[in-house]
Design a protein around this ligand. Structure first.
Ligand SMILES: Nc1nc2c(ncn2[C@@H]2O[C@H](COP(=O)(O)OP(=O)(O)OP(=O)(O)O)[C@@H](O)[C@H]2O)c(=O)[nH]1
Ligand SMILES: [Mg+2]
Length: 293
């Protein structure tokens, strides 16, 4: 089980990570897995001790792994201007995404298996994701699984992505949908097999070569969705519920609704419409019953 986390100036700022770790410690199956904390090389030994001490059962077994080299490569990213015409031109909105955030996207999409070789499966649980009480072991032999699948990322951070994958699919004779949209795993909590990592390595390297993760902040969410689409892998639902802190949202395993890239928000809206129609029917039926009496 892996987290990539920021290093902080004070111990108090690790509270969110500690909350995450303690929720994992509550799981009966936590001992079956290794627990890795990846960081930028900026969590010193005294802070590592603090994290171990307050992480519950898994604390003693935490492995701290520096991925500083990758973050150094991203340190001078050009935030608002792309060097590759494929993925756009100047856009001030990109300024919102730091070089560190883009390095994080690169880590999870391109580099994770290089830093963590030798594991059969990886389970990502982000720093701001807290498992919701004791749950069953989510172990699966699926290529890739996530509790929730959704549609596309914002247009201004996916410039050229559809065109790129359409061309790649044509070149390598892989599948690509004509409508040009695809479903993506909500990657904050995601399961992935080493076999799928191996089978997608050449495709992920092609993505890395575009430099669009750095320049246009192509995110790991639509990129993993594209991998699943290109290789016609299944949209497996991972049986884990959690609270996603950065969005203050509770995420529960949700069945994937037909094709077409329907998002979490759309799904919630759909549930709302179904609920409203059901309520209306109930009122009509109850009135009919009243009239019959
Ligand atoms: N080391 C490091 N980790 C980061 C950085 N940015 C994000 N992360 C980690 O990457 C994971 C996801 O980061 P979030 O900030 O939650 O981003 P997100 O979930 O994609 O974005 P939201 O859609 O806002 O939730 C968390 O575990 C963060 O700690 C960074 O600059 N450095
Ligand atoms: Mg988050």
């Amino acid at each position: 089980m892996i987290v990539l986390t920021r290093g902080y100036a004070t111990e108090a700022e690790y509270d969110m990570l500690l909350h995450r770790n303690r929720a994992i410690s509550q799981q009966g199956w936590a001992d079956r897995y290794d627990h890795v904390v990846c960081h930028e090389g900026n969590i010193p030994p005294n802070q590592q001790q603090h994290i171990r001490r307050h992480s519950g059962r898994i604390g003693a077994r935490l492995r701290f792994l520096s991925v500083q080299h990758l973050f150094d490569e991203y340190a001078t990213c050009q935030q608002t201007q792309s060097t590759n015409p494929l993925c756009g031109s100047f856009d001030a909105r990109l300024d919102h995404f730091s070089c560190g955030y883009r390095a994080m996207c690169h880590f999870w999409f391109v580099a994770v298996d290089q830093y963590l070789p030798g594991y059969e499966y990886l389970l990502r649980i982000d720093e701001d994701c807290v498992l919701a009480g004791p749950q069953s072991d989510p172990y699966t032999t699926a290529d890739l699984a996530s509790p929730s699948w959704q549609g596309m990322d914002a247009r201004f951070v996916t410039l050229g992505m559809e065109r790129f994958f359409g061309q790649l699919a044509g070149e390598l004779r892989l599948h690509w949908p004509e409508h040009g949209t695809w479903r993506s795993p909500y990657t904050n909590v995601m399961w992935i097999s080493s076999d799928f990592l191996r089978r997608t390595r050449h495709l992920r390297e092609r993505v890395a070569d575009t430099a669009c993760i750095r320049d246009n902040r192509w995110g790991d969410l639509p990129l993993w969705g594209a991998m699943v689409t290109l290789l016609r892998a299944e949209h497996h639902v991972l049986r884990l519920s959690y609270h996603h802190g950065s969005h203050n949202a509770d995420i529960a395993p949700a069945a994937v609704i037909s094709s077409g890239g329907i998002g979490t928000a759309s799904r919630l809206q759909l549930m709302g419409v179904i609920g409203a129609v059901a309520a209306l029917l109930a009122i009509i039926l109850s009135r009919r019953r009243c009239r019959r009496r």
